[in-house]
Write a protein that binds this ligand. Structure first.
Ligand SMILES: *Cc1c(COP(=O)(O)O)cnc(C)c1O
Ligand code: SF4
Length: 451
């Protein structure tokens, strides 16, 4: 009954034909809500958004952000650049350049220098995971774990709004060499044919659902027409449900995108929408609930993931609510990630131990239907490392870890141990326990044998 009620309400309560409006550094001051900010706050946004990408839309501004709760509102922090996202000396350099007429000419150089210092390409993505076809590197793809190949369609390399924590931030700033993109889906198909171990294709970005339905359909139709039997699942990573649910409701091609989903299902493939939700607020509007309902009606399954972020969701109660709400809307909690070492990580990062405590406290209070979530997990260079928890083994306090995904498939699920460290925020800050000098995967990847 409860579910039916929201659906009946929602039909009237989202705005038909709501026009999409984008705000960036250039025009955000036109927003009526911005009048609530002081000149100082606006200047801070100007400074930071010269370095880190800034883009927001009218749905996020009007329906998600609680403007009575500025500057602490989590969705405001998620989308509007904050002073402390830049290190002090970087902030000072850009602020000074903006204030000085002579230095303004050097602004671009100053900004570029800072961007390169912010680790624009974490996890060794650029060097390690680009697949090779007939001796040629396929720049618009990544293939790291056997079963799943990532595909970055060039028109999907932007988003409906930008998250201030985003590890893809570099590609939105136009540091050209860092952009993944590839128009030629035929290369993807040829590569997949040569790799029978691939079962999943993950369309990712940016946000592939920013693309027009017929653009995405061109990729998907070609894939389906190739009729590759070892492809079982198509996944689409997206933030559209959170940032622009009208994509599935009232956009001119909303029905077309849903029809495309149905078509994938009818071709006998599983369709997984990998939806990013960082905060329960993003699941609270009638528009998002109706959009979830419409997607599920196509037979697609919505799985959800998010990093753990200070200032946004570093609280077990927030995760409990997030997962519980997802389950009640028919979504499947999938991953909790640790924030990556890039961009504004210092602003958002939570020590590994604290992340585990938050995860544990939330997990122990939800039903098994929400315990499909795995985490906290670090997408590091050797693989996705899950923090299992703190133990004491023969008197030594240690952190238990394991791979959920790994470059070498055999590394998965073997427990390994790091010295207890309550300050470490990333795998490279951890050292092995028990006086060993290397983790097993740093040791040429010693082979384990089950017997
Ligand atoms: C996370 C990730 C995947 C998908 O992993 P699943 O556990 O199957 O969801 C694939 N490739 C890369 C590079 C990833 O980081
Ligand atoms: S929606 Fe995803 S890719 Fe886009 S800015 Fe946010 S985290 Fe990055």
């Amino acid at each position: 009954m409860e579910a039916l009620k929201y659906r009946l309400n929602s039909v009237e309560s989202y705005t038909p034909n709501l026009k999409y409006k984008v705000f960036t550094l250039k025009n955000y001051r036109q927003l009526p809500q911005i009048q609530r900010l002081s000149e100082k706050q606006k200047f801070e946004i100007d400074v930071v958004s010269n370095v880190l990408p800034f883009k927001v839309n009218n749905y996020v501004v009007d329906e998600l952000i609680d403007w009575d709760n500025i500057p602490d509102d989590p969705i405001f922090i998620l989308t509007f650049p904050q002073k402390k996202m830049l290190k002090k000396h970087h902030y000072k350099r850009v602020a000074a350049a903006l204030k000085s007429d002579t230095e303004k000419h050097h602004l671009k150089q100053i900004v570029d220098d800072i961007r390169w210092e912010l680790e624009p390409h974490p996890g060794g993505q650029l060097e390690h995971n680009v697949p090779i076809l007939d001796g040629e590197r396929l720049q618009g793809m990544q293939h790291k774990y056997n079963e799943t190949v990532l595909f970055f369609p060039s028109q999907g390399q932007t988003c409906h709004a930008y998250c201030t924590f985003c590890f893809r931030w570099a590609q939105f700033t136009g540091i050209e060499e860092l952009k993944f993109s590839m128009r030629d889906v035929q290369m993807l198909i040829k590569y997949i044919r040569q790799h029978p171990e691939i079962t999943d294709i993950l369309f990712t970005g940016g946000d592939p659902l920013v693309m027009k339905a017929n653009t995405l359909a061109a990729y998907i139709d070609a894939l389906l027409a190739a009729n590759i039997s070892h492809i079982k699942s198509i996944r689409i990573g997206t933030k559209s449900l959170a940032y622009w649910p009208y994509r599935f409701l009232t956009d001119a091609d909303a029905e077309d995108i849903l029809d495309l989903f149905t078509k994938i299902r009818k071709a006998g493939k599983h369709l997984a929408i990998m939806a990013h939700f960082n905060h329960p607020r993003e699941l609270s509007t009638e528009a998002v609930q109706e959009a979830i309902h419409k997607i599920r009606k196509t037979g697609a399954v919505i799985r959800t993931q998010s990093p753990l972020l200070k200032h946004i969701n570093a609280d077990p109660n927030v995760w409990k609510e997030l997962w519980t709400k997802q389950v009640s809307l028919g979504c499947i909690p999938y991953y909790m990630f640790i924030a990556r070492n890039t961009g504004a990580q210092h602003y958002f990062s939570v020590p590994i131990i604290k992340a585990w405590k938050i995860f544990k406290q939330a997990y122990q209070d939800v039903s098994g239907l929400a315990r499909t979530v795995r985490g906290p997990s670090m997408s590091a260079e050797p693989g996705k490392v899950q923090i299992l928890g703190v133990s004491r083994i023969k008197g030594e306090k240690v952190i238990g870890l394991r791979f959920l995904q790994s470059r070498d498939a055999n590394w998965a699920l073997w427990p390994f141990y790091a010295k207890y460290n309550d300050k470490a925020c990333w795998l490279d800050e951890l050292r092995p326990a028990f006086g060993e000098d290397k983790f097993f995967f740093e040791n040429g990847g010693q082979q384990f044998i089950l017997n």
